[in-house]
Design a protein around this ligand. Sequence first.
Ligand code: SF4
Length: 421
Amino acid sequence: MIELKKYHLWVLGCQMNKSDGERIAGVLQSCGLKPTLKEAEADLLVVVACSVRQAAIDRIYGKARQWEKRRGSGKLSTILTGCVLDLDKNKMREFFDLIIPIKDIKRLPDFLEKKANLDLAAASYLKLPPRYGSKFQAYVPILTGCNNYCSYCVVPYVRGREISRPAKEVMAECQWLLQNGYKEITLIGQNVNSYQSGRYDFPELLEEIDSLKGNFWLRFATSHPKDLSDELIEAMARGKHLTPHLHLPIQSGDKKILQAMNRHYTPGQYLKLVAKVKQRIPGLMISTDVIVGYPGETKSQFNNTAKIMRQVLFDMVYINKYSPRGGTAAAKLADNVSWREKKRREKVLNGILKRTALERNKKLINKTVRVLVDGWKQGDCFGKSDTFKTVVFSGDQKMIGKFVAVKIISAGSWGLKGELV
Ligand code: SF4
């Protein structure tokens, strides 16, 4: 084993993976390793793989080939973790020194032949102390795994069935964050709506965290439409710290495609749900995920997705071109929509989003919004509003990590410009 000093973390995919990355960083730093943002400076590369996109796995192959020269000359060690199937493992084995399930990352010190200055023996994976990527924003995992078996996703196979983190542990982490000046907490899990720990279901957990003292925003992701309960909508509407933003993945606007995806709701049910939440929480922003070019998706089925996008007027849509992820049910089907057609469908949806997002954003002109500043460049501050809109305004670098009031003066599809009030 080479003497390891610096690690570089490469995280693909969702917030859950980012949170896993923070826990990996916590373990590595307890072993005395320092982080670097530059891949070339690192003597340890850790990759956290993604659950849904085969394209992400293919990117790992591409990168891993580039590392081979340094690895071959003994200057680099590589570790692969995250959502990795046995199938991926067999193909990737030659490029990685260690392939380890995410739940076993507390074993990293043994592999690195390092002593951790943490008591890892008793720690469950979610209890590992993270090295937060920010001093004012934090992801707090509340559950891992999934019972849903959407046809295109490997999460249930690689992470297993849902396990909720004890409410006491979640509360303790949130309390620590607030005592240490954190301004934004995002509770994460593959399907937060099915959280259950003792007497706490997800709305009860939200209410308990929302009742904590402090000046903070509380967000969560991701919600499965089939599990979004009235109690959760009430908790969101009543919460003092809960923000008016809901990420509610629709994936398709076609009944048959949703059935094939094993999603357990219809486009009609999704529309009713959106109407109900919007009515109870005025000013709510809704974002979603869509997959285009699912096996067998006809042009008219795709047009149903385009139609529902025009109906809902989403504020943001994360559009993915379908690529079969080995090991999933969908991967057994013929991937029969050409890449060119998938790109065309993506372009059509992007065009709709550009118009609807602009329409929605224009409604905020002359309104004052609260923004948590998270970046600064050449005299401009950047941040997100409570509704998760990107806002830019002239300001001081010292505002990073603070809440400010900004009056919106102009709007584009992807963000808002404003003036400090
Ligand atoms: S709800 Fe579906 S897409 Fe989300 S993690 Fe579970 S199986 Fe995957």
